[in-house]
Design a protein. Sequence first.
Length: 328
Amino acid sequence: MSGAALDFSRQRSASADPLFRRILAAGAAAGGFLLLVITGYLIAYSSPLWAIQSPISFLTTTAWVTGIEQTDGSVLEVYGAASVLFGTAATSLIAVLFAAPIGILGAVYLVEFAPRRIAAPLAFLVELIAAIPSVVFGLWAVGDLSDRLRDSIEWWIASSFGQIFPWLSEDPTAPASDSIFRAGFLLAIMILPMIVAVSREFLRSVPISLREGYIGMGATRWEAIRDVVIPTARVGLIGAVLLALGRALGETIAVTMVIGNAEGIPSSLFLPGQTIASKIANNIGETSGAIPLASMVALALSLFLLSFFISLAVRLTLRRFSQARIVS
């Protein structure tokens, strides 16, 4: 390339750089503006509820609607989110307890042990499962999975630990159609591909020289994985679990189909309950009036803040992982 042509190319690149930066800045600003709009909407439309009830009372009251008689004879309706917060936390923790160890072990197998001809199809299958719509999982759970869980895993847990932990006991008089446990187990299946995929990428990022050096010192392959690979990728694996937890917290359709949507805090995980998302999905169509609508928006605000803090924790975790990689 001649000198004149090279100078012209450099001038075009220099003139295009500011435009490219402006486009990227506009995209980032649009995302931040959208976040502010959503936050402002949730705060503004939930404000009628905060005029008659404190956020602490809203988060700690068990019954969704409680009528409190006033001195003038009127009845004030007070709303409570404690039961749906319990259902949200219980289903999400059940999902993570089942999915996290299986997902991380599956990722270790794909990276460290599976032959290439097997690892590639399995990785594609994991990505395919992650793309299945949640309503399909819900229909499967309603039609087949719930009965199988009740007669296998639920029965074993209740018979083994029910007498020690009352919240793991089964009530023979309760309906056997839906439960918090089944919703959590279904969430575990749904978030499992996410944990496998993200954990696999972090495990693959561990330098092979670390494995070879440790094995060269006389360690077995399993010892190298246990003492080198997993500790090096530890923070990234935690980030994968936290990302999956954020997905479990906000899942709506599949959970609504199998959790039972019963009011109150159940005495056992094998009884029906509700989550924040299922409560909103079931009641938003029948909500009328400023205060009832504000209570629904307050639930959405609670879920939004919970998801926000989970995302913040993921970002801080991943930043720590990046810094650890730079130091190493």
